[in-house]
Design a protein around this ligand. Structure first.
Ligand code: NAD
Ligand code: ZN
Length: 364
């Protein structure tokens, strides 16, 4: 496995990764005249004290807090952030410090980039999902009209600081949500990472520093080659086409599910689709599905739910000309993107998920 590297400058963003990253990032924050921290209710309580302790007397000029409810990445919360920035006298020489999970970094990045035509911001992800995914890659945004991420910008923080120190207070459900993205990262591009994760239990956070750094570095590598998601970056969507449909469908029904839980289900369906389109070693398919099932209980979906799920799939941003486009596994550790998939095969993959079927190949 690649060695974790702590400081990594890839213009225009610097990445400071691993244990002690927080302390090492202080110099970057000192370059600004004014520093304002954006948190949500939980990171205000659990992460701001850790941040302040590690930063030893660094002057903070204001704290803005957003709510942690379901419609949290909303325009109303963004207006609240703009109002508070104005009250605190934020100017071009102000730095907004996003201290939180994907909601804080997505919304904070958007609010900073649009306030007075853009003030600088830095991401300190505090959730596992934030550390390996949301805080990296310059996508910011809001949910709108009942759909996710409809409004937003590609805009980069000056720095992304990933320190696993924050994970101590993250609850199991949220850890598991991030774990799904770690598994995805292994599946699409990093067989070593997959092999290390396969034998891990997701709650052993203290052993994860190097896995988090490895996964974050993989995402950085992808987005620096394809910032605007014209090609390669799309492989990060593996598990997300069916996964997003399941997520929207179950959230609409009022179920309390996380993004990662939905992506885990999506990865089972999309592994099935991959195995139908490409030659796949049977033992590998079993290994993928068993590993996911070991950590994520299956949703109680019924065959009658499939038509509604197919409706949600139609909203997928990756579709072109009415055809479904998937990112799939060519083999374990290698993904491909923009693959057309027929409706019937998608339905079949959801049935495969619902029925807990074993793969159908003859070998082993
Ligand atoms: N920009 C991108 O590329 C990208 C990629 C993936 C996901 N996202 C977005 O990220 C969001 C999901 O991110 P998330 O899963 O981090 O959700 P989140 O930000 O809602 O965080 C999950 C929960 O954990 C709490 N929390 C966070 N850190 C904590 C800590 N250290 N201790 C205790 N509690 C803590 C939060 O308050 C929240 O209640 C979604 O809106 C999604 O669209 C963006
Ligand atoms: Zn995701």
């Amino acid at each position: 496995m690649k060695k974790p590297q702590l400081v990594w400058d890839i213009k225009p963003v610097s990445y400071i990764l691993g244990r002690d990253a927080l302390r090492l990032s202080r110099k970057r924050l000192e370059e600004f005249n004014k520093r304002i921290v954006l948190v949500d209710e939980n990171t205000l309580q659990f992460c701001l004290p850790v941040f302040e302790e590690q930063m030893e007397n660094l002057r903070i000029d204001g704290v803005i807090s957003i709510n942690t409810n379901v419609n949290n990445k909303s325009i109303d919360q963004t207006i609240h952030v703009w109002n508070e920035l104005a009250k605190l006298g934020a100017e071009r020489d102000t730095l907004l410090i996003n201290l939180g999970g994907g909601v804080v970094t997505d919304l904070g990045g958007f609010a900073a980039a649009t306030f007075k035509r853009g003030i600088s911001f830095v991401n300190f992800p505090t959730s596992l999902l934030g550390m390996v995914d949301a805080a990296i890659g310059g996508k910011t945004g809001l949910d709108f009209g009942g759909l996710k991420n409809q409004i937003g910008l590609f805009t980069n923080p000056i720095c992304v600081v990933i320190d696993p120190i924050f994970l101590k207070t993250l609850d199991q459900k949220q850890l598991l949500s991030g774990y799904a993205e770690l598994l995805k990262c292994g599946l699409i591009m990093d067989i070593d990472l997959w092999d290390s994760l396969e034998s891990q239990r997701y709650d052993k956070v203290e052993e994860w520093d190097s896995l988090i750094v490895q996964s974050a570095r993989n995402k950085v590598d992808i987005v620096r080659h394809d910032t605007f998601e014209k090609g390669l970056r799309k492989i990060l969507n593996f598990g997300h086409t069916v996964g997003h449909a399941i997520e929207s469908y179950l959230l609409n029904k009022g179920l309390d599910i996380t993004h990662g839980e939905a992506v885990a289900a999506g990865m089972i369906c999309e592994t099935y689709i991959s195995s139908k389109l490409y030659e796949f070693e049977c033992k590998r398919i079993k290994e993928i599905i068993t590993t996911i099932d070991h950590n994520f209980p299956r949703f109680n979906l019924k065959k009658d739910d499939i038509p509604a799920l197919m409706e949600f799939l139609k909203h997928d941003k990756k579709n072109k000309g009415g055809q479904y486009r998937f990112s799939l596994l060519r083999r374990l550790g290698k993904a491909v993107h923009d693959i057309e998939v027929e409706d019937d095969l998608i339905r079949e993959s959801i049935e495969f998920y619902i029925d807990h079927k074993d793969c159908e190949c003859e070998e082993d």
